[in-house]
Design a protein around this ligand. Structure first.
Ligand SMILES: Cc1cc2nc3c(=O)[nH]c(=O)nc-3n(C[C@H](O)[C@H](O)[C@H](O)COP(=O)(O)OP(=O)(O)OC[C@H]3O[C@@H](n4cnc5c(N)ncnc54)[C@H](O)[C@@H]3O)c2cc1C
Length: 309
């Protein structure tokens, strides 16, 4: 097990049950308030060792375990069980360079906003993650993870070098294991199981290591090609909104078709259009107050196109 090099001192684990003023706050730390399941207790952990202890305790008590990092699953796939425990990863949010792996370590409770900020300000690199800064990597990376840079750089999971997962063996004993993308790693299958299928299936992921598959060297700030991609030098963005009144059925159908067809026709690896990302948001079906919106952004680099779409 590894800990961040500049460990901030480890607080003790925190258990929060009904009656504790923090319980309702934790119960509501989910994105979709349509769901209101409440567990027997929340377990906050700050280290991998504390997660191992929390899992052992729950297994011995026969309690179902759910894991939550950012709570941004719209379907509440965390699925709190009334007799269960929710292991909340919010306290494990370190982002640092790990020389042993020659990769960037990111703990599951780190938000995308923290990851973008720390990777860029410390090392000048980035990942092609999603737009919502409060999504956590805990669920995001296991689900694939895509964002404005994905048309040119791929998904976040393309950069997944290794994971640390707390798993339970046949005897019911929890431990942390590390699985890597090295095909010779005996735990390679466990790494593969975390490359897009979604969270909450195989164990509690405590840490991810990120590195480009073709990275060379061990300098986290290395130029011209670092261990992760360099972000574009600039980003141009714009939004267009349509009124529902201006969008009869045929026009709406044409808008949907053209939006998808343009992306399909401009997605080749060498296409200048690969740096343009556009999200078409259809926010409301019946009402007329929330029209469809298209957000577009083009990332330009010294080598790439610089004109606006
Ligand atoms: C407003 C918003 C914007 C979004 N934008 C994007 C986007 O631009 N691109 C994109 O790709 N996705 C986007 N998403 C989807 C988001 O990436 C997924 O919902 C992701 O799973 C959220 O991760 P989380 O840790 O915040 O959520 P959680 O609800 O905490 O977890 C999601 C699932 O992963 C499991 N899980 C969480 N942490 C762990 C862990 N440490 N170990 C094991 N299992 C775990 C949970 O049990 C649950 O099943 C967006 C979601 C929202 C709400």
């Amino acid at each position: 097990m590894r800990t961040p090099p500049s460990s901030r001192g480890t607080p003790p684990p925190v258990t929060v049950g009904p009656g504790d003023p923090r319980y309702d706050d934790l119960a509501l730390r989910r994105r979709n308030e349509r769901f209101d399941q409440r567990p027997a207790y929340f377990q906050l952990a700050w280290t991998t060792e504390q997660v191992v202890a929390a899992v052992n305790e729950a297994v011995q008590a026969g309690r179902p375990i759910s894991v939550r990092s950012g709570g941004h699953s719209m379907e509440n796939s965390v699925g709190e069980h009334p007799d269960g425990v929710v292991i909340d990863m919010a306290g494990m949010n370190a982002v640092y360079y790990d020389p042993e792996f020659r990769a960037f370590a990111v703990e599951s409770g780190a938000t995308l906003g923290e990851v973008f900020c720390l990777l860029y300000l410390n090392f000048g690199v980035t990942i092609p993650g999603g737009w919502c800064h409060s999504v956590c990597v805990g669920g995001h990376i296991q689900g694939g993870g895509y964002g404005a840079l994905s048309r040119s750089l791929g998904s976040v999971v393309d950069y997944l070098h290794a994971i640390e997962v707390v798993v339970v063996d046949e005897a019911g004993s929890a431990r942390a294991v590390v699985a890597t993308r090295d095909p010779g790693d005996p735990r390679h299958d466990l790494w593969w199981a975390h490359t897009g299928g979604g969270g909450g299936n195989f164990g509690v992921v405590t840490r991810y290591w990120l590195r480009s598959s073709d990275a060379a060297g061990d300098d986290p700030r290395g130029l011209p090609r670092g261990l992760l991609p360099k972000p574009p030098q600039s980003l141009l963005s714009g939004a267009i909104m349509w009124s529902w009144g201006d969008l009869p059925r045929d026009a709406f159908r044409r808008l949907m078709h053209n939006h998808a067809a343009w992306h399909e026709a401009n997605s080749a690896p060498d296409s200048p259009g690969r740096t343009l990302h556009s999200t078409l948001m259809i926010t409301c079906r019946g009402g007329r107050t929330h029209p469809p919106t298209s957000w577009s952004s083009r990332c330009s680099t010294a080598a790439g196109p610089t004109h606006t779409p």
